[in-house]
Design a protein around this ligand. Structure first.
Ligand code: ATR
Length: 281
């Protein structure tokens, strides 16, 4: 078999080799689209990452996903697009005319999931984003790119919110963590990017009854529950929601398209498959 006829393969580069749903997602799309290809996990320690990426093509890969702790290095070792540069981290690598390019698909994962789950969400003039870590940067950049007028950014450590606002400009307004309650009545979109609600973390205490009736609520957390207490409370109030599992699935679309040449769909069958895996983990 020559290298031209070898099935295309991509990988997920991380350290340590964390349990990831990405192989399940990409194998589902390869199978349902009838594409001969592969997606494997590669555990690569930090001191070997540069060499691994340098030889990515020689190793037989058409591209890769990159996760903790390599996302910043991946940005530095490739030609990043505007999204990867704005987020300061790359999670998807591919080759274009022999050049290693990168992007950050969390931005479109977040936005496309909202479009699919709560169409019209972007009528909101004010968004309230909780958290100012890596995930928040992708969310804030996506909201600014989409034209949301004001993004109120609340973080436990307010300096981090201030730093993000400095980077993204006047439409991002840093607010103190204890000001969240006062902002709820004008938040047409509420996004939790903090780890509150995850395994071993306290719950996010927040009174959703103070949100406007047309508000949309998003939680990036999807473990241990896809329907987090925040999303459950929002739904009980009749608000529209978008969950973290949807964002995970939507962020995987672009990598698959870049590596295998077809744009896959986020189907309810795929959702059910990954949800079952999360439940049994
Ligand atoms: P990620 O890349 O997933 O965004 P991160 O960079 O570690 O992860 O950011 C985690 C976010 O959750 C931060 O905004 C963090 O607040 P600080 O910047 O003050 O650390 C937030 N967070 C974590 N635990 C929290 C808690 N108990 N209360 C409030 N916010 C919390």
């Amino acid at each position: 078999m020559t290298s031209q006829t070898k099935p295309r393969a991509a990988c997920l580069i991380g350290w340590p080799a964390a349990h990831s749903r990405s192989p399940l997602i990409h194998h589902y799309w390869l199978r349902t689209l009838g594409i001969e290809g592969g997606y494997v996990i590669e555990a690569v320690p930090p001191d070997e990452f540069g060499d691994f990426v340098f030889r990515l093509s020689i190793r037989g890969f058409v591209g890769a996903n990159v996760t903790i702790p390599h996302k910043e290095r991946a940005l530095a070792l490739s030609k990043p697009d505007a999204r990867a540069r704005a987020v300061g981290a790359a999670n998807t690598l591919w080759f274009e005319d022999g050049e290693l390019c990168s992007t950050n698909t969390d931005v479109e994962g977040f936005i496309n999931n909202l479009d699919a789950s709560a169409p019209g969400w972007d009528k909101a003039t004010d968004a309230l984003v909780l958290g100012a870590g890596g995930a928040s940067r992708a969310v804030v950049f996506g909201l600014i790119e989409r034209g949301i007028q004001r993004v109120h950014l609340a973080n436990r450590t307010m300096e981090r919110a201030g730093a993000l606002a400095d980077q993204f400009g006047a439409r991002v307004l840093p607010v103190a963590w204890d000001a969240i309650g006062d902002l709820l009545p004008r938040a047409g979109l509420l996004v939790n990017t903090t780890s509150l609600g995850m395994h071993g973390q306290p719950a996010l205490e927040l009174d959703v009854s103070r949100l406007p009736a047309e508000a949309v609520v998003t939680d990036l957390v999807y473990v241990p529950l896809v329907e987090t207490p925040l999303l459950a409370a929002a739904q009980a109030r009749g608000l529209r929601t978008a969950d973290g599992l949807g964002m995970l699935l939507h962020q995987a679309v672009r990598g698959f398209e870049l590596w295998f040449g077809q744009r896959p769909e986020v189907t309810s069958e795929l959702r059910a498959l990954i949800e079952a895996d999360l439940t049994h983990a």
